[in-house]
Design a binder for this molecule. Structure first.
Ligand code: HPA
Length: 282
């Protein structure tokens, strides 16, 4: 499925939301987007329904390994939540409108908060594989923006403010959860790139010099669309690899399988943080 462009997008979102509501009328307090290798978080949800993306009109279906393509509506810590198990990326050849359709669907389902998770390469030299990093800000290096084209004011304003994309109150809740669990979270700036090739050493030096602490191939467009829709956003990156040494080439070849395995290994800690944040939402 392909998401339509701006003129028809609102009607498509209403159709998609109606298809989900036909399975469950639960009103979510929070949406959760599960990144590469992080789909296990969906299992922590006491599910009322799991709807395959193929059963949701206009919902783009992911092709990347590690993304199942299923929307799970249920309860986490007793609170109604909706989780997206799998997302589409620009590097799959999808449009920016496709990439953000699912986050807009969470908004259409009434979720006032979204938690965006991802797997990322660490650029900050103190970061270790397996760390969780709270996004404090991002660099959109994808070369595109989901809001390009005619703006539907019913979805959000033409020129949305991006001075505080990631909600500081939600960051504090996540920080408290990490500290309580004995594994404090990192904080940093996430650079979103197009991919799918991983970065060269020169690109890593450049992105680091631009001010990023981690780099990945998702999240930034979704965060822009979520803020456009007025949602509060929490971003959590699992640092799956040291993306490079500042002074030389990568210490070893980077493979997608290793990224997925590293993300899965940090999954339980991510689940713990998300549980605590959801519990503290009301
Ligand atoms: N670069 C880009 N995306 C990533 C990386 C990386 O090193 N690790 C996980 N996702």
């Amino acid at each position: 499925m392909t998401a339509p462009g701006p003129p028809e997008i609102r009607a498509a979102l209403e159709d998609a939301a109606a298809a989900v509501r036909a399975h469950s009328r639960l009103a979510p307090r929070c949406g959760i987007v599960l990144g590469s290798g992080l789909g296990g978080l969906a299992e922590a949800i006491d599910a009322e329904t799991a709807v395959p993306y193929t059963a949701i009109p206009c919902m783009p279906v992911p092709t990347a390994q590690g993304h199942a393509g299923e929307l799970v509506l249920g309860r986490l810590e007793g609170r109604p939540v909706v989780a997206l198990r799998g997302r589409v990326h620009l590097y799959e050849g999808r449009t920016p409108a496709d990439v953000v359709f699912s986050v807009r669907l969470l908004a259409a389902l009434g979720a006032p908060v979204v938690i965006l998770s991802n797997a990322a390469g660490g650029l900050n030299p103190v970061f270790q594989r397996g760390d969780l990093m709270l996004l404090t800000d991002h660099l959109n290096l994808t070369g595109t923006n989901p809001l390009v084209g005619p703006n539907d004011e019913r979805l959000g304003p033409r020129f949305p403010d991006m001075s505080q994309v990631y909600d500081p109150v939600l960051c504090t809740l996540a920080d408290d959860a990490g500290r309580a669990a004995g594994t404090p979270l990192r904080r940093g700036v996430y650079a979103g790139v197009l991919g799918p090739s991983y970065e060269t050493p020169a690109e890593i030096r450049m992105i680091r010099a631009l001010g990023a602490d981690a780099v990945g191939m998702s999240t930034v467009l979704e965060a822009i669309a979520a803020r456009h829709a007025g949602m509060r956003v929490l971003g959590i990156a699992v640092i799956t690899n040291a993306a490079g040494r500042e002074t030389g080439p990568r210490d070893r070849t980077l493979r997608h399988e290793d990224v997925l395995a590293a993300a899965a290994a940090s999954g339980p800690r991510l689940v713990g943080v998300v549980r605590s944040v959801v519990r503290a939402l009301d």
